[in-house]
Design a protein. Sequence first.
Length: 51
Amino acid sequence: SLVESKQFLRDLNREELVKVNKKEMEFLQKRLSSGDFMETVMSFMNKKPKL
């Protein structure tokens, strides 16, 4: 039926979204753990506001 077809399609999309999300999280974790990231964040936090 239509409801079952829609559920099937949602499940297919969900699986793909979970895979993509996992890859994105792995990439983000690598970026956050890099020394360059911390250096950039500290530089940003230490900037004085321009007024």
